[in-house]
Design a protein around this ligand. Structure first.
Ligand SMILES: [Fe+2]
Length: 251
């Protein structure tokens, strides 16, 4: 899902990476498949984040459409640059500690090993009759690394046409909605599985964040080929797009 924090890199990188580092990449692929759809239900960390964001905005997140927009139908490459997106990213500095707590929870309870985490998550919202990502894609289409893991934290419920549509079987285009309740956190395979949104035909808005992890054991290979994000030119490296240090697992 490209946006102002997500990157787009040269597509030929993936092939050279495969040739040079098949072992760690294969381990990452297996890990991503194992974790796909693993969920933490209605986390206190996710609910705290949603409540804090709602308080800062002064608007119920499921009623965003009554206060913002309407916006032109989101398209790939321009699905994260509305005034509301800008406002959400401006508010993130209030939410840093809560976001860190959420990342720690995911690493402790789902991933199970130290990881670098996306420094600023991707903020998403879907208003009725619009969609929250601009088209169906693999994140690897935009250069995201095969060593990444990805998690989504729902700030509102997201069902049916308001949910992210994700391939059930890789390559089959057999999409199913990733049904979530507010506070749910789910790991999802953003690299191998085609995913996207259909127009939200529900009668409420949805909001979420997605955020990426690179397990520390893959760091040498993952960051060797890192590029800058297209939009912000942020290096896809520790201290840039990713946290300066890995978040460790609590004993
Ligand atoms: Fe995506």
């Amino acid at each position: 899902m490209p946006d102002n924090n997500c990157s787009e890199m040269e597509p030929e990188i993936a092939e050279s990476v495969l040739e040079l580092t098949p072992e760690s990449l294969q381990q990452a692929i297996e890990m991503r498949q194992r974790l796909h759809r693993r969920k933490l239900k209605q986390t206190q960390e996710g609910i705290a984040l949603a409540n804090s964001l709602e308080s800062d905005l002064g608007v119920p997140l499921h009623r965003l459409h009554e206060h913002f927009g309407p916006y032109p139908l989101f398209k790939l490459g321009s699905d994260s640059n509305t005034p509301l997106h800008k406002k959400l990213y401006q508010l993130h500095h209030h939410l840093k500690n809560l976001y860190q707590a959420l990342c720690s929870r995911v690493i402790n309870d789902l991933v199970g090993e130290p990881c670098y985490v996306q420094a600023i998550p991707c903020y998403r919202f879907g208003l009725p009759n619009n969609r929250w990502v601009g088209g169906f894609h693999h994140d690897s289409d935009f250069g995201h690394s095969g060593w990444e893991l990805n998690a989504i934290c729902a700030f509102t419920s997201a069902h049916n046409t308001a949910a992210l549509q994700v391939e059930k079987e890789i390559g089959n285009s057999d999409f199913e909605p990733l049904q979530l309740k507010a506070g749910d956190v789910v790991m999802f395979d953003h690299i191998e599985r085609l995913h996207g949104c259909v127009p939200n035909r529900e009668d409420h808005s949805v909001a979420s964040i997605d955020f990426r992890f690179v397990p520390e054991r893959f760091a040498d290979d993952a960051f060797k080929y890192a590029k800058n994000s297209i939009n912000t030119k942020t290096p896809m490296l520790p201290g840039g797009y990713f946290s300066k240090e890995p978040i460790i697992v609590n004993s």
